[in-house]
Design a protein around this ligand. Structure first.
Ligand SMILES: [Fe+2]
Ligand SMILES: [Fe+2]
Length: 187
């Protein structure tokens, strides 16, 4: 008699959704440190946020988006409950623009705060910290909408467009990509 495994296989969506939750936590911690004027610890969180968001975005660019766009055209029908092909393409284009915005803003924030991270010039640095704070608040707000589009639509499409074996392979690739943090963040 064969035993039945009642455990649901891990899904690519849950891996990325969990990562969104962790990125959100990081942003909240970063904003607290910026609010406290704790430059060194704010910089440390900012640097980690940049690295974590970079691998998340890379996983979506390298594996998630191509998997969706290369699914058989016949699957892109309203009958399947998935998106039309144009709809998928335009949602992904929108997400890519958001990604460019996040990485550009974070890069500028890092460049702004890095020279001041360990310096005790309060007046000069409070101006830099305010700039970074504004930038992080903009990222937080756009990321919230971005993640909703992904979690409520794009991640769900994978379940309609791909077969089980392809979904499992995609999950493994995404996990692998998310683990590729620069060595300085490895514990
Ligand atoms: Fe994304
Ligand atoms: Fe995402």
């Amino acid at each position: 008699m064969t035993s039945i495994n009642y455990e649901r296989p891990e899904q690519e969506a849950s891996v990325l959704v969990d990562d969104h939750a962790e990125l959100n936590k990081l942003i909240v911690q970063l904003l607290v440190r910026l609010d406290e004027g704790d430059k060194a610890r704010a910089f440390e969180r900012l640097d980690l946020l940049w690295a974590r968001l970079a691998v998340h975005i890379r996983a979506e660019h390298l594996w998630l988006f191509p998997s969706i766009l290369s699914a058989p055209r016949a699957k892109f029908t309203a009958r399947s409950g998935g998106p039309g092909y144009q709809e998928a393409q335009s949602a992904i284009n929108h997400l890519r623009l958001d990604h460019d915005f996040f990485m550009h803003e974070l890069g500028a924030a890092i460049t702004t705060i890095r020279p001041h991270a360990n310096v005790t010039d309060h007046e000069a640095t409070s101006k830099q910290l305010r700039y970074v704070q504004n930038s992080v608040v903009k990222i937080q707000s756009r990321l919230e909408q971005h993640n909703q589009l992904e979690e409520n639509h794009v991640y769900e499409w994978v379940n309609v467009l791909l077969g089980e074996a392809e979904r499992l392979a995609l999950t493994a690739r995404i996990r692998h990509e998310l683990a590729k943090l620069p060595p300085r963040f490895k514990v």
